[in-house]
Write a protein that binds this ligand. Structure first.
Ligand SMILES: [Zn+2]
Length: 175
């Protein structure tokens, strides 16, 4: 019965906050905005920060505060136009219990079995992949993996080193 109360039906849809309709941007709880909790925040899609990253907030129109990585180029662009919309934010403790999407780009000499080797590595490391974009140019494969990572303990350096050790891999960067 309890969950029925929260169900979005055609009758109450208009009352649903914006983030319900835009499910592609992850809503977050527990982030402190200027030291205050309980403010609606969401993860910015341009830079997909995860706990441990240095973050900055940007007050959006109607969607609460967007959480960006401090070095995000999109944030810098927006901050130049609307400097007063920048707020300081902190992860707080709840984020460590949530799952996040993070993009990693792998550039490699294209070969048979390359994608298989990479997906096998992620599977051994118990990392789920929620997206993969790939293209090949001049015999080089460019692959962007969207990984589902746990907010509490994800070690980019470790996983990137393991990807580097796969035959043919030239470069690994976090997007
Ligand atoms: Zn951003």
């Amino acid at each position: 019965m309890l969950h029925k109360y929260h169900e979005i039906t055609p009758e109450n849809f208009e009352l649903a906050p914006d983030y319900v309709k835009k499910s592609e941007s992850k809503r977050l709880s527990g982030i402190l905005v200027d030291g205050v909790s309980g403010i609606v925040t969401h993860i910015a899609k341009c830079c997909k920060p995860i706990p441990g990253d240095n973050i900055i907030g940007f007050v959006t129109q109607g969607k609460g505060v967007a959480i960006h990585r401090k070095n995000c180029m999109e944030l810098r662009r927006q901050a130049k136009i609307f400097p007063t919309k920048i707020v300081s934010v902190d992860w707080g403790n709840d984020a460590k219990r949530e799952m996040f999407n993070a993009d990693i780009e792998v550039i490699a000499n294209d070969r048979t079995g390359l994608i298989r080797d990479l997906t096998e590595l992620f599977s051994v490391e118990k990392i789920s992949i929620s997206g993969l974009k790939t293209h090949v140019k001049h015999n080089k494969a460019f692959m962007v993996f969207t990984l589902q990572v746990h907010g509490g303990d994800f070690n980019f350096t470790k996983i990137m080193a393991k990807i580097h050790s796969i035959h043919g891999v030239i470069d690994v960067v976090r997007k």
